[in-house]
Design a protein. Structure first.
Length: 408
């Protein structure tokens, strides 16, 4: 047993300790791990909490849609040929037991349940009414939504694996669902740093935590949900305790402590807990001191640990490099959202690294991207002004580049 505080050496899955991976290889490693981990057990969530998850089962109609024969226009429900005698009025949501006979009509509002034996609805603008006598021209079946014509009761309307969007939530509600079974990887975050404060103006030697506010949206963009965010002081023991203190989460994000300085204890903490390290550094700028590991190793696999650098700009790049591909692969989500380009022509001057991938904040218009500047590791100013990051391979000399869209 190592002495408490001895950083030790975690088991690495990519070769020797500290062997940084090329950026594309690191991303594919995260995707591969996400596919192996899978989505985990589904959770039944209220509709308000299911947004962004992935359906764990086919969505079926609990009721027909429409649930009853309904008026599609304001006007008159009529039976038979005109002229018609108007018998009264029916509004949406109003119960009634009216049954029409030939030559009879009832005034109806859009959405109202039409009387039995209704042949059509005659809109106001096509009707002529004199007292209780109604005339006009109407086609049989016109402007009546028949029960089940859109969706039959019990029909499958969406397959398992569908991402739950606002429209999916509305559809589920219309079909009488109050909860949905969804896959949403549960993620907890640990932010490490003696210098961090979370509110107010920081004092001398202190800085505001800028990574914590980024994480909920970043996790949600991958289809996960951030269940907790805990700030801890620098220190080996504090980090080991924070990593071990889980509540069934699939992923643990550690912000800070991933570099090689005297306060960076993540590697030692992972070794103490018997983790298998799959990515130990990535050849990219910014964000190279990032890690990907699995607690428990291959024999008793536990949560995935994603280590992000302490600098906010670098942490965001690392999150797009490892965290998002991991979460999206866990639930089978597409890497690029529908309707968004995966590559662009880059305009403007940029610096290129000889050996590392550079990620540059850009604004995308059509098929072209323009750098916005302010790409320093400690700053989020460039990312805040951008809508994507352009991926410049080592030694890039021009042409189209891959685009990573920033969560909106």
């Amino acid at each position: 047993m190592r002495r408490h505080g001895d950083p030790g050496t975690a088991r690495t899955g990519n070769g020797r300790h500290g062997a940084a991976l090329p950026w594309p290889v690191a991303r594919e490693t995260a995707r591969s791990l996400g596919r192996r981990c899978g989505p985990g057990e589904p959770r039944w969530e209220p509709l308000a909490d299911a947004l962004g998850g992935v359906l764990a089962e086919d969505l079926r109609a609990r009721i027909a849609a429409p649930a009853y024969d309904a008026a599609a226009m304001d006007g008159y429900a009529v039976c038979g040929a005109g002229p018609w005698t108007v018998r009264g009025r029916v509004l949406a949501g109003q119960p009634h037991g009216i049954v029409l006979s030939a030559g009879q009509a009832v005034e109806v509002a859009t959405g109202a349940r039409v009387p039995e034996r209704t042949d059509a609805v005659l809109p106001y603008e096509q009707a002529r009414r004199d007292a209780d006598t109604l005339t006009g021209t109407v086609r049989p079946g016109r402007h009546v939504r028949r029960r089940g014509e859109e969706t039959a009761e019990g029909a499958t309307v969406l397959p398992a694996g569908t991402v739950v969007t606002p429209a999916v939530l509305g559809l589920a509600a219309s079909l009488a669902h109050d909860r949905l079974p969804v896959h949403r990887p549960r993620v907890r975050a640990v932010v490490s740093g003696d210098e961090l404060v979370r509110t107010g103006v920081p004092g001398p030697g202190a800085v505001r935590d800028a990574i914590g506010p980024v994480l909920p949206g970043l996790v949600a963009a991958g289809g996960g949900v951030l269940t907790s965010l805990r700030c801890i002081p620098d220190g080996f023991g504090a980090l080991v305790s924070a990593l071990a203190d889980g509540d069934g989460e699939s992923v643990v994000v550690v912000c800070g402590a991933s570099s090689a300085g005297p306060a960076d204890h993540l590697r030692g903490a992972l070794a103490e807990l018997g983790a298998e390290v799959l990515v130990d550094g990535v050849r990219c700028r910014p964000g190279h001191p990032q890690l990907l590991a699995r607690l428990g190793g291959a024999q008793r696999p536990g949560p995935v640990v994603v280590g992000l650098p302490g600098n906010p700009g670098a942490a965001l790049v690392a999150g797009l490099t490892l965290l998002l591909p991991l979460l999206r692969a866990m639930t089978g989500r597409a890497e690029v959202e529908p309707g968004r380009t995966a590559r662009c022509r880059l305009d403007g001057q940029v610096s290129v690294h000889e050996h590392d991938t550079r990620l540059v904040a850009v604004r995308v218009v059509g098929d072209r991207a323009r750098p916005v500047g302010h790409d320093r590791p400690a700053s989020l100013r460039g990312a805040a002004a951008a809508d994507a990051l352009a991926v410049l391979p080592p030694g890039w000399t021009g042409g189209d580049v891959e685009v990573l869209w920033l969560p909106g």
